[in-house]
Design a protein around this ligand. Structure first.
Ligand SMILES: Nc1ncnc2c1ncn2[C@@H]1O[C@H](COP(=O)(O)OP(=O)(O)OP(=O)(O)O)[C@@H](O)[C@H]1O
Length: 132
């Protein structure tokens, strides 16, 4: 058992490791139970495959990686909001509807941004590849 600064450091380190564990458990349960998240992961895999296939630039890679990370993070937050709302009420309530729809709106905006960016990066390359 450590005391003083060493004890504090060990404690802080354990708390950090525990919180990583909780975050990973949250991601795992969401991936297991949310169909939309599985769809995002499939699209992310396709986007990464295309990125390697077309040897995109470093800047394009940054866009792709940030959009994938952002999309998955937002979907996780959306799932958390849906579950929190369901925990508060299973009754039909206008505020429950608004909370879920607004969270879904955030995901939708980011998804549109991702699709447009994907098209800007891949469409010209795909067109060239098929000989158009
Ligand atoms: N308690 C509620 N009161 C009023 N409307 C609700 C309530 N719960 C859900 N809704 C409405 O029904 C829609 C579908 O809700 P649901 O909980 O099935 O989530 P979802 O949007 O289908 O998400 P997912 O498919 O990711 O689970 C919501 O977007 C919302 O418009």
């Amino acid at each position: 058992m450590h005391t003083g600064f060493q004890g504090f450091k060990d404690n802080a380190c354990m708390r950090l490791i525990k919180s990583f564990g909780y975050a990973i458990a949250g991601i795992a349960v969401a991936v297991k139970t949310e169909r939309n998240l599985k769809i995002h992961l499939v699209f992310a895999t396709i986007a990464i495959g295309f990125s390697f296939f077309f040897s995109i630039s470093k800047t394009e890679w940054l866009f792709i990686l940030f959009l994938i990370g952002g999309m998955i993070s937002l979907e996780l937050l959306n799932t958390a909001i849906e579950r929190a709302v369901n925990l508060v009420t299973e009754e039909v309530h206008p505020l429950a509807k608004q909370a879920k729809d607004i969270a879904a709106g955030a995901v939708f905006i980011f998804a549109c941004l991702s699709v447009v960016t994907g098209l800007i990066i891949f469409l010209p390359r795909l067109a060239k590849w098929v000989g158009l």
